[in-house]
Design a protein around this ligand. Structure first.
Ligand SMILES: Cc1cc2nc3c(=O)[nH]c(=O)nc-3n(C[C@H](O)[C@H](O)[C@H](O)COP(=O)(O)O)c2cc1C
Length: 316
């Protein structure tokens, strides 16, 4: 059953901006939180940006830009996880979302600091495990999403997760509209997490060429790398020459994991505006994104359409 996550988290609307490595930094996080949603800062790029000092400085910057709750995301396979957890606890961050591993070793520390722990899960099994471990909520992310992906679609994953756990579930993967929020809530979720929609946001510092690509590209342009490399994590990106070349490389006879990773990460760090060389996460939901808006316009537009949808459904 859906729960009042706004009350639990002290936010105004049940809308999270999912962490996006190299995208969800201070200006976007603060803008989403100031607009009444939950902005989530991605620490996945800490290694490229100057390590834990950079991450801590960004957290302080966000605190100087908003007095509203915001979250920090950590990929649990990274080297500097303990330092990031310390920074989250010491800086009074209210929410942590986790991915790529088991948050159990940090649960006690986070709980004592009053941080809500919200793992991102791609399967029902993982959701049940995280609930047993003491997670406060889970984000159930369908394969439509941008970035690293699981295998199950949102429409199949979300109702199974909401049936399997008692903690609140946030639906992610393919959401960008008020109709989507209504559908997520009908499936038992308490709110939505969006990534791709917030890339095309005025407060997002991505170069315009990428925002325009999301507007111009449709759902079938959200292509997936890593499907045929052993142990690679599949990743959904916008259609760029580098992403297409990587997929062609995977299919070739000389493909090997080491070179695949080298090419993948070279493209992933390209966020300076060199479209041809970039491998930048983008979800199938690009097909529903037609203009650049401010964080507040995005959230207000979704809430308006959500309320209209509920009215419309009453008369059916
Ligand atoms: C460019 C990009 C980078 C992402 N980086 C991360 C990340 O660092 N950590 C994480 O947990 N999720 C990451 N995600 C997933 C988002 O947080 C979010 O769950 C996802 O985008 C939701 O699907 P949507 O793109 O259909 O809205 C990323 C997504 C994108 C598009």
């Amino acid at each position: 059953m859906s729960a009042d996550i706004c009350k639990i988290l002290g936010i105004e609307y049940p809308i999270f901006m999912g962490a996006m490595t190299l995208v969800s930094e201070s200006s976007l996080v603060a803008a989403v939180s100031n607009a009444g949603g939950l902005g989530i800062f991605a620490t996945g790029d800490a290694a490229q940006k100057g390590g834990i000092e950079w991450a801590r400085a960004e957290i302080k910057k966000i605190k100087s830009m908003t007095d509203k709750p915001f979250g920090v995301n950590v990929a649990l396979f990274m080297k500097n996880v303990p330092e990031i957890i310390d920074a989250v606890c010491e800086e009074g961050v209210k929410v942590i979302t986790t991915g790529g591993g088991n948050p159990a070793p940090y649960m006690g520390q986070l709980k004592s600091a009053g941080v809500k722990v919200i793992p991102v899960v791609p399967t029902v099994k993982a959701a049940v495990k995280m609930e047993a471990m003491g997670a406060d909520m889970v984000v159930a992310e369908g394969t439509e999403s941008g970035g690293f992906i699981g295998k199950i679609t949102s429409s199949v994953l979300i109702p199974q997760v909401t049936a399997a756990v008692k903690i609140p579930v946030i639906a992610a993967g393919g959401f960008a509209t008020g109709r989507g929020l209504a559908a997520a809530r009908a499936m038992g979720a308490s709110g939505i997490q969006m990534g791709t929609r917030f890339m095309v946001c005025k407060e997002c510092t991505l170069p315009q060429v990428y925002k325009q690509a999301i507007i111009d590209q449709g759902p079938t342009d959200a292509i997936v790398e890593g499907l045929s490399i052993p142990k690679a994590a599949p990743h959904r990106s916008m259609r760029t020459p580098a992403a297409e070349a990587l997929i062609a490389y995977e299919a070739s006879s000389e493909a090997n994991p080491k070179d695949y990773n080298k090419q993948f990460f070279a493209g992933r760090v390209e966020t300076t505006g060199n479209f041809d060389k970039a491998i930048l996460g983008m979800g199938q939901v690009a097909g529903l994104i037609h203009e650049e808006l401010s964080a507040s316009e995005i959230i207000q537009g979704i809430m308006k359409e959500y309320r209209e949808t509920l009215e419309e459904l009453k008369s059916l």
